[in-house]
Design a protein around this ligand. Structure first.
Ligand code: NAI
Ligand code: MG
Length: 365
């Protein structure tokens, strides 16, 4: 069995961090008998420079055909004044839209060696490992009617929170499937006390659970209380599933539980393909970091952990994913730090490629 993977390094530090993921892929092929069928393409400014569009039709078709897409980052000052229709982020938006990636996965995992980087106290976050699943393609950001209208002589800004049963059901299934590969617990967050969409959300999530996922533990929480619980005692959660708006806010808050932007992976999943693997795009949360691009300073861990997510959620290689995360943990515990992970006490940072090499060495044991 081989895994098909499309790599889109993109702009700025994207190619630099992706080079380290390539080393990891090569290591798993050479040492674990895994076979990856890797192709590479252009996205963002790099694609615009090559053919005048931030994502070509050929690359889009390739993305639809593979098991997983791994993206670096897009954008940079060189492209800031381009017309909106060809801006680098349009490449990313096109991928998300045409692949119909409705479930956005944002893990918040706290490595012990970095617990002091958290906005919270070490004893609250040590060992934290939660996953927020945010509905990404519907809800108040897309609902109609929307616009600024005039009513009774003054303007009114309108957005509509709207969810269909099938939209709720598919993201709920994604969350339950993920929970089965983790600690087996899902907490669903909405505001069923004040929102009609929240009432429907709670009802549909409960129904999908009872009919298809009774083995997973399900709880419900109002999203405002959820925000409070996330900073009070985040380790009570395993998987959190929530709508687009609440998920946007809760996932950004959760990111601060763990520290540096250079450490945060993400994934966006769509419907399962014929082989059972979901449409999937994996990418670090950070952008192209033009301020440090080309200097060998970027932290490759966010991108490497995004690949670990691909191993776990696209390829069902849980052991390999565990081993890769353990290698990252070990290297951090040994004190290896890229510049973004330097605390006030200082020290000598290592380069992007040195960090990649350390992780490979830790994998090799
Ligand atoms: P950014 O995430 O690129 O950088 C913010 C700060 O964090 C910078 O100081 C940067 O040096 C640092 N940083 C980010 N990733 C790092 C890493 N792996 N290692 C070490 N330090 C890291 O966000 P910013 O500066 O707002 O945006 C820069 C460009 O990236 C813009 O063109 C923006 O549109 C684009 N962008 C792209 C995203 C994507 O491709 N998904 C997401 C966010 C921004
Ligand atoms: Mg946000």
């Amino acid at each position: 069995d081989s895994y098909s993977l499309l790599i889109l390094p993109g702009d700025g530090i994207g190619p630099e961090v992706m080079a380290e993921v390539r080393k990891v892929i090569d290591w798993f092929q050479a040492n674990r008998g895994m076979r990856f069928d890797v192709s590479e393409g252009l996205v963002g400014g790099a694609a615009y420079d090559a053919h005048g569009a931030p994502l070509s039709d050929e690359t889009m078709a390739q993305a639809q055909a593979v098991d997983a897409v791994l993206l670096g980052a897009v954008g940079g000052p060189k492209y800031d004044n381009l017309d909106f229709s060809v801006k680098p982020e349009r490449g990313l938006l096109r991928l998300r839209k045409e692949m119909d990636l409705f479930a956005n996965l944002r893990p918040a995992q706290c490595f012990d060696a970095l617990a002091d980087f958290s906005s919270l106290k070490r004893d609250v976050v040590a060992g934290l490992d939660i996953l927020i699943v945010r509905e990404l393609t519907s809800g108040v950001y897309f609902g109609e009617p929307r616009g600024i209208f005039t009513e009774n002589g003054e303007r009114v800004g309108i957005n509509t929170q709207r969810y269909t049963e099938s939209e709720i059901a598919r993201v709920a299934r994604a969350a339950f499937d993920l929970a089965r590969k983790r600690a087996g617990r899902v907490c669903s967050m909405e505001k069923a006390n004040v929102m009609e969409s929240g009432i429907l959300w709670r009802e549909v999530v409960q129904k999908i659970h009872d009919e298809e996922y009774a083995d997973v533990e399900l709880s419900h929480m109002y999203a405002d209380n959820g925000a409070m619980q996330l900073v009070r005692n985040p380790r009570q959660f395993d998987v959190i599933v929530t709508d687009n708006l609440f998920g946007d806010i809760l996932s950004d808050a959760a990111a601060m539980l763990t520290g540096s932007l250079g450490m945060l992976p993400s994934a966006s999943l769509g419907a399962p393909a014929a082989n059972g693997r979901p449409k999937a795009l994996y990418e670090p949360v950070h952008g192209s970091a033009p301020d440090i691009a080309g200097q060998g300073k970027a932290n490759p861990i966010a991108c490497i952990l995004s690949f670990a997510m691909a191993l776990r959620y696209s390829f069902a290689e849980a052991q390999a994913a565990d081993d890769l995360e353990a290698a990252v943990e070990k290297v951090l515990a040994e004190g290896a730090r890229t510049a973004d992970l330097m605390g006030p006490e200082g020290g000598t940072p290592i380069s992007t490629s040195a960090m990649g090499d350390r992780i490979i060495a830790a994998l090799a044991g």
